[in-house]
Every structure is written in C-alpha cells, then in structure tokens.
Ligand binder design. Sequence first.
Ligand SMILES: [Zn+2]
Length: 304
Amino acid sequence: MTASTLADRLRQPEYTGENRCTPCTVVNVVIAAALSLLLGVAWPPLALVSFAVFAGAIYFRGYLIPGTPTLTKTYFPDRVLRWFDKEPTPTRVGSAPAAPATENDADAESPSDEVEAGQLDEGGESAEELDVESSLLEAGALDWDESGDELRLDPAFESAWNDEIERTDDATIRRRLADLTRLDADDISLESRSRNRWFVAVVDGTTVGTWESRAALVADVAADAALGGRFDDWDRLTGEQRSALARGLRIYLDRCPACGGDVRFGSETAESCCRSWEVFVVRCDDCEERLLEVDADALEPEAA
Ligand SMILES: [Zn+2]
C-alpha cells in the first residue's frame, strides 16, 4: 500500500476539509498536547513522537478522541461554539470575493436614495440597508389581503414568479448569478455542502452565495427575474440588495419550486457538528427540501 492510498483510507472526509469542525479540532489538539506531555514525563522523546501521531490523526480523521463532537457540545459554551462554527447563515449573493471580475461601477454604487433605510429582519449583517417589505410593496410584488392585516403575494406577480420558476434551469441560475455578482457565468459552479444542508455557488474555491437548497436558489433567481421590471431604480440596487428582496419573498411561497408540493412552516432544531440551535423553517411536504431557514434568535432577539 502506498503512502497516499493509506492516507486516503485513513481520511474521513465527513470530518475534514470543508467539513472540519473548528471547536472539535481545537479540543482535540489540546487533549493531544496534554496526553503527549503526560507521556513525556515517562520518557521525554515520547512526547514528541506521540504528539506527531496524534496530530496526524486529527489531520486525517478530523478528531483524535471519538465522540468529541458530543464532548464539545456539552462542555463548550454556545457563545464560543457559535464564534467558531462554520455553519453558514444563509447569505445573499454579492458578498462576493474581491475577484478580478470585469471592471465595473459596483464600487461607485451606493444604496439607492429612494429606498428607505430600514432593518433587515433575517439576521442579515451585510446587506446594505433596504426595507425589504416596503420595497416589495412599492414594487407591487406584495400587497395587503382583504382584511388589511396580512401581506400576501400580488396575484400578477405570483404568476410571473411561477412562470420564471418553471423555466429556471442550471444555465439560467448561473447566468442570473453572474449578473448579480458581476462574475463570469462559466466560472460559477453549484454544489451541495455540509452534508446537503446548504447549496452554494462557488467561484475559484470561494463561496459567493449560500442557499437552503437548490429549490431555494431557484425561487430566488426566478424572483429576481420577475422583480426586475417592477423597480424604477433596479439598476442601482446592489447584488446583495436584490438578493435580500428575493429572499424576503420566499416566506410567501406556497408551492415547492422543485416539485410543486405543498409547503409547511415550523420550528426545527438545526445541528452542525457540535452545536444545535432552534430555527424557523419552511419546508416542502413532498420532497422535504428546505426552502427557508431563519435562526429563531433573529426572530425573537431576547430568546437566548
Ligand atoms: Zn418539493
């Protein structure tokens, strides 16, 4: 057996690379160091040798001590885990890499004066201020129902959106994302991450957008297309703002963009390697695709 096939056999992709869990790795390195020091008391050179072996195990297998995720989950304060956790919050496209994209006027772009400054209600931290709800109302994508209490999709917009969803395939997605991020459509690849929890658009190894599923991405891309003609200042919106608008509409989906199934709303417990937290989720009843996920803390700021 060659060294590289040995390495391949030892490697556990579900715990390494993209999936490596930082808190678990830190805990394991600390344990490895402590064990090596103990062994070093017995015979000093053993400290070095054992640490090298332990570090190799952590590198290839993701952890040294089986069950570390449970240990970490139990003993690390959530605040610390959250700090390290790589679990992405669904981002909006446009938090793009400083890629050598076509030179453009993106930098000169400032948030539109027409849109009122406001607070995104989805825990967004980077989208420039844009009141998603009132912008969507103004554009005629949303309107009030008969009672005047609840927002709903404007019927004309809804059918335009559904038409766009019908005709959205991977090529459409890439083209639309290229337009949003000002990157080259051919450079964008679409893939699943974190054991299918997220669907991402990647350019040169850098994630340029994250969605709950491919279905969620289809909904956003189609919404972006349907919204285009309804804003006077569309060209002045940034990719992040357009993406926030599309995401703001997803809560109003009543059919799954992937299979046409009914959708359900509910609370779920999301889990990464060593952390779990409460989320509000919109999910397809038929294919189980996750269409929207919002951190429960973002909805009830004092809940934690
Ligand atoms: Zn479905």
